[in-house]
Design a protein around this ligand. Structure first.
Ligand code: SP5
Ligand code: ZN
Length: 357
């Protein structure tokens, strides 16, 4: 399976996040990528092709279809504006949020983050924007490769090794280690490539253990991208305020957003049942391509995820997705067990290629 990676991910090294009012060491670290590369190699999968672009300008037309202009502008300049205003050089973290009925939009470098961040889990350091741009480029290059390959190779799969991840980033907000929504960009690129005729209906299947609130936000009023997410019940886990079953889309998007909140401790069998329901929905939708937000923080040994999946289910997950018969783009999201992340990711990709039953 061909894959892509931008070396600039390494410039994004956040030192901490806040959880339960305390600073905690980041779990979303560059070593995740190294571990995934080792996992791919060990499984005999091809090494990713390097993505060299980091300049945002050529990506802006595509990105502005999923993120607002002012949000994109903010993200590129946030660190410089923060430090120029006296902010801590360790990174940007809001300390005043634009709350309900607070409609002011000041430009001040210390205020601005409170307009766009929804949590205290996504520090912006000096290298965050270049890294996020590289990840978005990776997703776009991978989507274009999928579009090129799909007519000539049956059962096409492509893997975008994106870091930082993206599924918590919405049209004008960031959080949960995510800044630009790589999977949403890929889904929209697939929708629009070749005049929009090649893939009229795209499914975005989010199997990260956390609800993909950013992807839900971006496609909430669209019927051409079906968003399906399996995740920990938000009533008791991050991101708390989205991911419920009654969130089904709005206007022409009504019915095109499907959430599967699952109990903490969910194991292989309950996950299999939910996943098959999700895949049935995607088949019924008539997806012409599928983007998978591939988080492996569903693993029982993950340090922050609270599902209990065993390593044996990951090849099967790949095989079940393959049965859809769609050209499929896997986009890396979470997964924080550095000992197992490589094996788990490689298992899904190999399971897809081998159509493991
Ligand atoms: C992409 C992705 O998987 N984002 C996840 C964001 C979840 N953030 C909350 C993590 C909670 C970390 N708490 C660790 C405390 C243990 N001492
Ligand atoms: Zn996650």
């Amino acid at each position: 399976m061909i894959s892509f990676l931008a070396a600039e991910h390494n410039q994004h090294q956040p030192a901490y996040e806040f959880w339960n009012s305390r600073p905690e060491p980041s779990v979303e670290v560059p070593a995740r990528v190294e571990a995934i590369l080792q996992g791919l190699e060990k499984a005999g999968l091809e090494a990713p092709s390097p993505v060299h672009e980091t300049d945002l300008a050529p990506l802006v037309p595509a990105l502005e279809r999923i993120h607002t202009h002012s949000y994109l502008d903010y993200l590129q300049s946030a660190y410089a504006r923060w430090t120029a205003a006296g902010g801590d050089p360790a990174g940007v973290m809001p300390f005043v949020y634009a709350g309900r009925r607070m409609a002011g939009k000041p430009e001040h470098g210390l205020a601005r983050p409170g307009l766009y961040a929804f949590d205290m889990g996504a520090l912006i350091v000096k290298g965050t924007a270049p890294a996020a741009n590289g990840a978005a480029w990776t997703a776009k290059r991978a989507a274009e490769a999928l579009a090129r390959l799909a007519p000539v190779v049956s059962q096409t799969g492509v893997y975008a090794l994106c870091r930082p991840p993206g599924h918590h980033a919405g049209s004008d907000f960031y959080g949960g280690y995510c800044y630009l929504n790589n999977a949403a960009l890929a889904a929209d690129v697939l929708r629009t490539v070749n005049s929009g005729d090649q893939f009229p209906r795209v499914a975005l299947l989010d199997i990260d253990v956390h609800h993909g609130n950013g992807s839900q936000d971006i496609f909430y009023k669209r019927s051409d991208v079906l968003v399906v997410s399996l995740h920990m019940d938000p009533a008791v886990e991050y991101p708390f305020f989205a991911g419920y079953q009654n969130e089904r889309g709005l206007q022409s998007g009504e019915g095109y957003n499907i959430n599967y909140p699952l109990p903490l401790g969910t194991g292989d069998e309950a996950y299999r049942v939910a996943m098959h329901d999700a895949l049935d929905q995607i088949a019924r939708f008539g997806a012409s391509a599928c983007v998978v937000s591939l988080g492996v923080d569903t693993f029982g040994g993950d340090p922050i995820g609270k599902f209990n999946l065993s390593r044996d289910i990951y090849p099967k997950i790949g095989g079940w997705i393959a049965k859809l018969g769609c050209p499929t783009l896997f986009v890396q999201e979470g997964g924080y067990n550095l000992t197992h992340i490589g094996e788990l990711v490689a298992s899904v990709l190999a399971g897809f290629e081998q159509k493991i039953p």
